[in-house]
Design a protein around this ligand. Sequence first.
Ligand SMILES: NC(=O)c1ccc[n+]([C@@H]2O[C@H](COP(=O)([O-])OP(=O)(O)OC[C@H]3O[C@@H](n4cnc5c(N)ncnc54)[C@H](O)[C@@H]3O)[C@@H](O)[C@H]2O)c1
Length: 427
Amino acid sequence: MEGKIKIALIGAGMFGADVHLRAYADLQCSGLAPQLGRIGLDHWGRDLAPVAFELAAVAARSESSAKRACDAFQQWTGHRPRPYSGAEPWMDVLRDGPDLDVVAVATPDHLHTPVILAALQRGAHVITEKPMCLSIHEADQIVELARGKSLIVAVDMHKRYDPDHLRIRDELKNRIGEPLYGVAYLEEPLEVSTSTFKWATHSDPFSYVGPHWVDLIWHYYRSKPVSLTAVGQKKRLARDGIQAYDAVQVRVDFANGMSIHFHNNWITPPDFEGLVNQGHEIVGTDGKVESDQQYRGLRFWHKDGGSRTVNTHFSRHTARPDGSKTCVGYGVDSLTAGLAAICRRKFFDIGRDELAALYPTAEDARLTVAIVHAAALVRDLNFKYTQSNLGAPVTARFGPDGITIIDPNRASEGSEKVFARIYEKAI
Ligand SMILES: NC(=O)c1ccc[n+]([C@@H]2O[C@H](COP(=O)([O-])OP(=O)(O)OC[C@H]3O[C@@H](n4cnc5c(N)ncnc54)[C@H](O)[C@@H]3O)[C@@H](O)[C@H]2O)c1
């Protein structure tokens, strides 16, 4: 079996131009087979080895970003994708590439949905950055269209593929008994919200990085949320005139009785030793698991460099004999999982449902989006109330009747205002 997968990358910033572009360069050079063993799909190595991959287009908001990414890709591979730029460059990409197989989406958080829907409408599979989208209604549109067209939407939830998390999922979570409570944190550098992202006010720390942990907890326990509460703070970024949350804390209660706290910020000063601070802990009836994802045992310091740690598991550039470099790590593994599913769909005509266990699906992401969506509403109300000394009493409930925001501060206006239904279907 031979064939080709043509990819277009939409969004070439910090993540698109780094992780996606590097991964697609390796695909262009060597195909998918070299990566498959990392995620337990080595038995498809021979089947998929002949499949060629081509990065046909790269789109960004500015022409210079798109061209820079295409230049880098050409340098790594000898092949130059076509650059596109503008406010909706994916429309031009899709018009010029009716035979595209995959659209990879690495645009800002609030700009995933229009790209995903346009790609699906034109029959392309999608690999999207997290969060898949920010609204549960948009998540439904994506799931419905993907199902209707039998297309794959794979979401880049790479924490599932961290070797430590695989060990927790496959073994340790069973040893610690029934989960009782836990905490998951991801604290991002100040630079991200103040200079890298031009879009910090359109997202928030929980919507941006909370999905990683929400999805991981779902992946471990497959238990749905029943309620949540959320609060946020606006002090540090306000100093720089940026009207965005510094930090958000969300507590989600799940159907299996566990309660998990998610803590996120994007104001960590540059003096911090790692790129980001991250980890999670879960206490069970018979034990506890602690996973420090930041300090993995490699720390160094030198004159004028401060004390630093690095996470070599996420991605590492491994030298080939000719001196060029290939990139491996769990940061690439989730892209591999989505692409493997897409290859199975295209070349072996395996059904979409049959492939669902292979990769983080749009249906999985819908649950995360439900939590992100409800948390944003609860957080904003609680923020408003704390400013007026009215506490932070707002919560959200998830049930067979949908999602309800519960606001006791509106008790005097009647029960319809206290119990506001924002979504009418079961999660
Ligand atoms: N999986 C992860 O660990 C991880 C890490 C970082 C970022 N991300 C996600 O990746 C996405 C991109 O983040 P980033 O860090 O690269 O952000 P960024 O701001 O560095 O880059 C955004 C990119 O999108 C492009 N863009 C903006 N508006 C556009 C438009 N209208 N049309 C086409 N392109 C447009 C910009 O030109 C830029 O290339 C976000 O959703 C973010 O949450 C994921």
